[in-house]
Ligand binder design. Structure first.
Ligand code: FES
Ligand SMILES: [Fe+2]
Length: 389
């Protein structure tokens, strides 16, 4: 079964102009290679917007911590003794040593700087330092770790380095709702109650924007995703779920589940009704999160841009805890989108070197089924322009 866009389907996203030219321009090649441009993106995008940093359940106990690179900063996220997540700049307030050098770990009560042993509690307060009693004028809160705003959503800790963070409701939740057309569509998956079945990290030698653009379009699906188009045959026509507001791509009639061979998955999550069953929804939460919704699990990608031409992607497969507790084998379920990831990232890496070519000096073009990517380009340009004001 294949479908082409018809009036019966949800509307294409706003930026698509059916009366416009077939081909519209992409960003120029240097937007994907220029180190100064990447630095500006770190400053004006990743350090200004909410950034999905860690999964809350990865920090299960008080004292567990993770360090995450957000823009040019290292952010330390931990769970305090009251069980709440806290985020701080990973910098000692004495002379600036990096407090935690490990990517993850667990402390008993306090975080101690390895340089001169200034010691902070899990709420960031300075609680001890050599000779601190002889310095009664030192304010232990003022000299505590620099806090970073943190919100929890979908079971993940989102942090924001902006002095005045934008509305989480508008820029994060609102982005998902805008794409899905209705907040309830996402709520039905109860993502925050799901458990981690598998996590795979990908070190992708490509600019983060190429990865976003790739995720937003399906013009490539027929060429590089044979397993995915077997399960979602409408993708073979090149119109991705993200081309439409509120559209979930229908499973093939013969597909029993969202698995690499179309075999049965794990039924459906308790909140999923018939209208969302046997459908795949995809959401991009700019700048660095992709959410994929299928009836029996959720796949969430977080991107960590490291350089103009390098991005780490961490992909989580989330299932009902009872499915995992039962010892069910999720391998075929995971394998489908793992293959999609490998296929997609290989395509992005194939594209990255050309960004430096004179052939791509003025960029490339977007065909009609990719025109909605123009909205992403306009968004990036607007973020950078706003920072110049
Ligand atoms: S720099 Fe951390 S205690 Fe001195
Ligand atoms: Fe793809």
């Amino acid at each position: 079964m294949t479908t082409t866009p018809t009036a019966a389907q949800p509307t294409a996203v706003d930026v698509v102009d059916p009366a416009g030219p077939s081909l519209i321009a992409t960003l120029p090649g240097r937007a994907y290679t220029d180190p100064d441009g990447f630095r500006r993106e770190q400053e004006l995008i990743f350090e200004r917007l909410w950034f999905c940093a860690v999964r809350g359940a990865d920090l299960a106990r008080p004292g567990a911590f993770r360090t995450v690179r957000v823009g040019r900063e290292s952010v330390l996220i931990t769970r305090n003794r009251a069980g709440e997540l806290r985020a701080f700049l990973n910098i000692c307030r004495h002379r600036g040593a990096q407090l935690c050098t490990e990517e993850s770990g667990e402390v008993r009560r306090n975080l101690q700087c390895p340089y001169h042993a200034w010691t902070y509690d899990l709420d960031g307060r300075l609680v001890a330092a050599p000779n601190l009693q002889k310095m009664p004028d030192v304010d232990r809160t003022e000299r505590g770790l620099v806090p970073v705003p943190l919100r929890e959503w979908l079971g993940y800790a989102w942090v924001c380095l902006a002095d005045d963070p934008p509305s989480f409701e508008d820029t994060v939740i609102g982005a998902a709702v805008e794409r899905l057309g209705d907040a309830a569509v996402l709520d039905h998956y109860r993502t925050e109650t799901l458990a981690l079945g598998r996590r795979i990290g990908y070190d992708v030698r490509a600019n983060w924007k190429l990865i976003v653009e790739n995720f937003m379009e399906c013009y490539h699906c027929a060429t590089i995703h044979p397993e995915l188009t077997d399960v979602l045959p409408e993708f073979a026509d090149g119109f991705a779920a993200q081309y439409y507001v509120g559209h979930g791509a229908a499973f093939a009639p013969e597909a029993q589940g969202f698995t690499v061979d179309g075999s049965a998955g794990f039924g459906r999550l308790p909140g999923i009704d018939d209208s969302q069953d046997r459908r795949y929804y995809a959401v991009t939460v700019r700048p660095q999160v992709f959410v994929n919704l299928v009836p029996d699990h959720v796949i969430l990608h977080r991107m960590f841009p490291l350089a103009a031409d390098r991005t780490l992607v961490e992909c989580d497969w989330l299932y009902l805890p009872e499915v995992l507790d039962s010892g069910a084998d999720v391998a075929k379920s995971v394998e489908l989108f793992h293959r999609v990831n490998v296929q997609d990232f290989a395509a992005c890496e194939r594209t990255q070197p050309a960004m430096d070519s004179r052939a791509y000096r003025d960029g490339g073009v977007l065909v009609p089924s990719e025109h909605h990517i123009g909205g992403f380009h306009a968004w990036v340009t607007a973020q950078l322009a706003a920072g110049c004001g």
